[in-house]
Ligand binder design. Structure first.
Ligand SMILES: *[C@@H]1O[C@H](CO)[C@@H](O)[C@H](O)[C@H]1NC(C)=O
Ligand SMILES: *[C@@H]1O[C@H](CO)[C@@H](O)[C@H](O)[C@H]1NC(C)=O
Ligand SMILES: *[C@@H]1O[C@H](CO)[C@@H](O)[C@H](O)[C@H]1NC(C)=O
Ligand SMILES: *[C@@H]1O[C@H](CO)[C@@H](O)[C@H](O)[C@H]1NC(C)=O
Ligand SMILES: *[C@@H]1O[C@H](CO)[C@@H](O)[C@H](O)[C@H]1NC(C)=O
Ligand SMILES: *[C@@H]1O[C@H](CO)[C@@H](O)[C@H](O)[C@H]1NC(C)=O
Ligand SMILES: *[C@@H]1O[C@H](CO)[C@@H](O)[C@H](O)[C@H]1NC(C)=O
Ligand SMILES: *[C@@H]1O[C@H](CO)[C@@H](O)[C@H](O)[C@H]1NC(C)=O
Ligand SMILES: *[C@@H]1O[C@H](CO)[C@@H](O)[C@H](O)[C@H]1NC(C)=O
Ligand SMILES: *[C@@H]1O[C@H](CO)[C@@H](O)[C@H](O)[C@H]1NC(C)=O
Length: 580
């Protein structure tokens, strides 16, 4: 009987100790987020271009006054103490953006942390890979050789990050392996960790850093099934997109083609086993005429590059060698549990709005349905919107976008200047069912990542019906039975791991992320083109059909893909460029 008080005393002690521990943890965590700029997003009022690739272009084109430059640029790059505090999380790219002299004098060649700095030494040769086979899948048929490109094709471009955009300093976004500044979770909208203010054009850096840690990298090209070319094509061209000078835009691409052609690896398959990952839409690389005011560069029309496979955030429906892979979003989980936690959270979330839209109208594009969509949303009590315009930078806040999408059942994804939007992946990430207006926005794009049975995870409303027949989006969506809606949402939430790029240091066991899926896809593709050339004997203009349905016969989606659209897109882009 008299043992109870003693017992209670012990419990108090334990509770006390627990409280102290807890206090310490909280305190430390706070100190950490406050002191290290890479783990917070310090300028909540700054615009971050995220909502879609085309929004960015519009904001760039409309901001030409130059007075919109966000003040108080993130100047933590020069703070040595803070850099040191971050040592643990320091990534190679981050080092690259230190001031130049510093980089050259640091003992780059004999850095003790060779694994981080020199990708070459990270490569595992066959023997090592084979011993790992005890626990892992065999690497046979999955070896990838990473071309050791001269620095002008990647690292030097990162050093030049200040010239990516004329209106915003993009350097912070190449930090953290291309994931950008850590977002933290101050507003409790996100989950505990893994959230970054990732810029939509950083895929090249993110992919390269994942690739360095891919389990089947080999330095022996003769056993490799594929050759990865780590050229940052999108970041390169970004520097010159708005200059009226084609030769500046093309220079490095032509240089690359020549360089590749001369390598011993090229000869065996004339480049058919090579692949490139570009972080901008395909139309930024398909300029066919040499006029200074035409859009983009001509990377993808060079004969060498035409023989390669190209992974891009938006592929051309009329070309056979580019493949769509997801835009990077804000979530970069490190473990399976990070993903599971987030999925569970989404399943519990209350969704008060039937549908929502984040984006800007396209007044200069006659064909655009954006204004119709915005009009309908404004007229409906069940719709919420974040309006993007050059006056309102708020629409580019990751947390605001996620908050909106998490509280909506459907998220509208009308095309902008081009078919696709980053917003599609933000919406999947928020468990919000995407609503498309053309199959070009996703169904013909992300064949490796999204289910072919598109009505399981999304809704398609014909854009012509919205444009000409005044079809009510609200009516279409509210007629979908509740059970069907919750099945679709489950499917969307289940897709999350496949469309996010895990942290480069991640250890996912159960899930395959967007990178893993892309690698499987490109290995499969390269096996097809190197072993069976006859299977690619079809008119390239119908490649969207061929890849999706396995045939080029007449299809009721044909009207969405009139070939002339190809040139139209380019014209629009040229126009956007002009109206600057
Ligand atoms: C590594 O750098 C140190 C100076 O930091 C130098 O003394 C040493 O010789 C270098 N080692 C090699 C192998 O280059
Ligand atoms: C693999 O690396 C080991 C040392 O880590 C070396 O002894 C071996 O010769 C290498 N094998 C090949 C095939 O390069
Ligand atoms: C590697 O794994 C494959 C099956 O995945 C197995 O057949 C083979 O024996 C393994 N090799 C070694 C050396 O463990
Ligand atoms: C691969 O790397 C190992 C050790 O890092 C080296 O001994 C070997 O010569 C390399 N093989 C090729 C083909 O470069
Ligand atoms: C671009 O340069 C060409 C000549 O190279 C000139 O004809 C054209 O007007 C220029 N366009 C713009 C928008 O400056
Ligand atoms: C265009 O760019 C090239 C290469 O950067 C440069 O040599 C040339 O002077 C530029 N031309 C004009 C008209 O600015
Ligand atoms: C591209 O591949 C074809 C064979 O399909 C070959 O004839 C051609 O020379 C290759 N182009 C280059 C630039 O290597
Ligand atoms: C479109 O339909 C809505 C009602 O659904 C109506 O209020 C609006 O006037 C119509 N617009 C046109 C242009 O017919
Ligand atoms: C490769 O070929 C197989 C069989 O023809 C086909 O099922 C698969 O979809 C092809 N993969 C790619 C990426 O083209
Ligand atoms: C090559 O592709 C054709 C057409 O898709 C197919 O019928 C044939 O089986 C393929 N051959 C091999 C060896 O995969």
């Amino acid at each position: 009987m008299d043992q109870t008080p003693k017992f209670r005393c012990k419990i108090w002690l334990v509770l006390c100790a627990f409280f102290i521990c807890w206090y310490f943890m909280i305190h430390n965590a706070k100190w950490y987020t406050l002191s290290s700029p890479a783990t917070t997003f310090p300028h909540q009022s700054n615009p971050i271009d995220i909502v879609d690739s085309n929004e960015k272009r519009t904001s760039e084109t409309t901001n030409s006054g130059g007075d919109e430059v966000p003040d108080g640029e993130i100047d933590w790059l020069h703070d040595a103490d803070q850099m040191r505090a971050l040592e643990d999380d320091l990534e190679p790219v981050l080092k690259k953006i230190k001031p130049k002299p510093l980089k050259k004098t640091t003992t780059k060649k004999n850095d003790t942390d060779t694994e981080k700095v020199k990708p070459k030494h990270d490569t595992r040769n066959e023997t090592r890979a084979r011993t790992r086979n005890v626990t892992k899948r065999s690497c046979s048929g999955r070896y990838i050789y990473i071309h050791d490109l001269p620095e002008r094709f990647n690292d030097d471009i990162l050093d030049d990050c200040r010239s990516f955009s004329k209106w915003q300093n993009m350097c912070p976004y190449i930090g953290n392996n291309g994931l950008g500044p850590n977002l933290g979770n101050s507003q409790r909208v996100l989950s505990r960790s893994g959230w970054y203010a990732t810029n939509q054009f950083m895929l090249e850096v993110i992919f390269h850093n994942r690739m360095k840690r891919y389990e089947c990298v080999t330095n022996d090209s003769s056993i490799a099934s594929a050759v990865y070319v780590p050229y940052y094509a999108g970041l390169d061209v970004w520097r010159y997109l708005f200059d009226n000078n084609t030769s500046a835009r093309d220079a490095l691409s032509i240089d690359l083609a020549e360089w590749l052609h001369e390598q011993p690896e090229w000869k065996k398959f004339a480049g058919k086993n090579h692949f490139l990952v570009v972080g901008r839409i395909t139309w930024d690389f398909r300029r066919e005429i040499d006029e200074d005011d035409a859009w983009g560069n001509k990377l993808m029309v060079l004969p060498e590059i035409k023989n390669m496979s190209i992974l891009t955030i938006e592929k051309s429906p009329w070309h056979g060698n580019d493949f769509g892979i997801p835009y990077p979003t804000y979530f970069h989980p490190r473990t399976d549990n990070d993903i599971i936690d987030w999925q569970m959270r989404l399943r519990r979330h209350r969704r008060r709005a039937l549908f929502s839209f984040a984006g800007a109208p396209r007044p200069q594009m006659e064909e655009s349905i954006r204004d119709k969509v915005i009009e309908q949303c404004a007229a409906s009590t069940k719709c919420r919107a974040i309006h993007c315009s050059h006056q309102n930078h708020k629409c580019y806040q990751p947390v605001d976008v996620m908050k909106l999408f998490q509280s909506s059942v459907f998220c509208l994804q009308p095309p902008g200047d081009s078919y696709t939007r980053r917003s599609t992946f933000d919406s999947i990430l928020a468990g919000c069912i995407p609503v498309f207006f053309t199959p070009g926005s996703a169904y013909v794009q992300y064949l490796w990542h999204l289910p072919k049975q598109f009505d399981k995870y999304s809704v398609l409303i014909n854009e012509d019906d919205v444009r000409h027949k005044n079809v009510s989006i609200e009516r279409v969506l509210s007629r979908i039975p509740t059970r069907k809606v919750s099945e679709m949402r489950n499917e969307v939430i289940g897709l999350i791991p496949r469309v996010v790029y895990a942290h480069p240091k991640a250890k996912l066991e159960k899930f395959k992320d967007a990178f893993d899926v892309s690698i499987n896809g490109v290995l499969d593709r390269i096996e097809n083109v190197t072993k069976n050339t006859s299977s690619f004997d079809f008119d390239e203009r119908f490649s969207w059909k061929y890849f999706l349905f396995g045939s080029v016969e007449k299809h009721n989606w044909d009207h969405y893909f009139q070939y002339s659209m190809n040139n139209k897109v380019k014209q629009e882009e040229a126009k956007a460029n002009e109206s600057r």
